[in-house]
Design a protein. Sequence first.
Length: 279
Amino acid sequence: MKQLYTELSFSCSKLVTKKYSTSFSSAVRMLSPKIRSAIYSVYGFVRFADEIVDSFHEHNQQDLLKDFEDNYYEAHKNNISLNPILHSFQKTVKKYNIEDDLIQAFLKSMRADLHKTTYYNKKDYEEYIYGSADVVGLMCLKIFTNGDIDKYNALKAPAMRLGSAFQKVNFLRDIKEDYEVLNRSYFPNVNLKQLSPEDKLNIIEEIKEDFKEAYKGVVKLPLESRFGVYTAYRYYLKLLRKLERTPSSQIMDTRIRISDLMKFNLLAKSFIRYKLNIL
């Protein structure tokens, strides 16, 4: 019966992914069935932590995050948790040998969101991105490479750049909510009261460079994961291009989205390129 509970736990992580991100969920469906559940479990874990620091303002968020962390380590120690999200995640951590320093770096960035509202220098900015995004990419890479240490080390740098690119795109399109609702300013030395065209251009160029370096790793991923990651890559690159065409004043007034039709077209084109081996 424990196996039934474990299957249920992974199903819960999948449900969390589908509920919170239709785009990411669509990309996961492009992965091999052998690794989908593991990726869902990683998303469930990071989503719950992110939800604690971003949404549960009427509760003691610091205590909630600490309980979440403590409960994870208890689950890891005992090989079980009655929190299905933590149960599935600890199973994935053990199966794919995900290092604890990746998890600690992620939780450190989540704790920062509870008290740090402005990033004044590039060092702190990059440290936050490493913990909030790069390490999530590395967790996924652990799953993709499945014990192949040489492959993991070869793709580690591009995986981090892809995580950075995704996070910075999210920062830019969520800039209004982050600044006005959550009182956060991630981009150093940028006046978010009036985002200038020059500042927007500099951010866009920085993200383009991340995507350029990330692509070198995307095309070298194992077949089980290449198409799914490439699909996500194309989706976020499309978002970036749309943000680039949007005047800086409008970015502060609305959240840029990709229509369902455009998502379908991206998926179709990505599939054709993948099948023709012209990624």
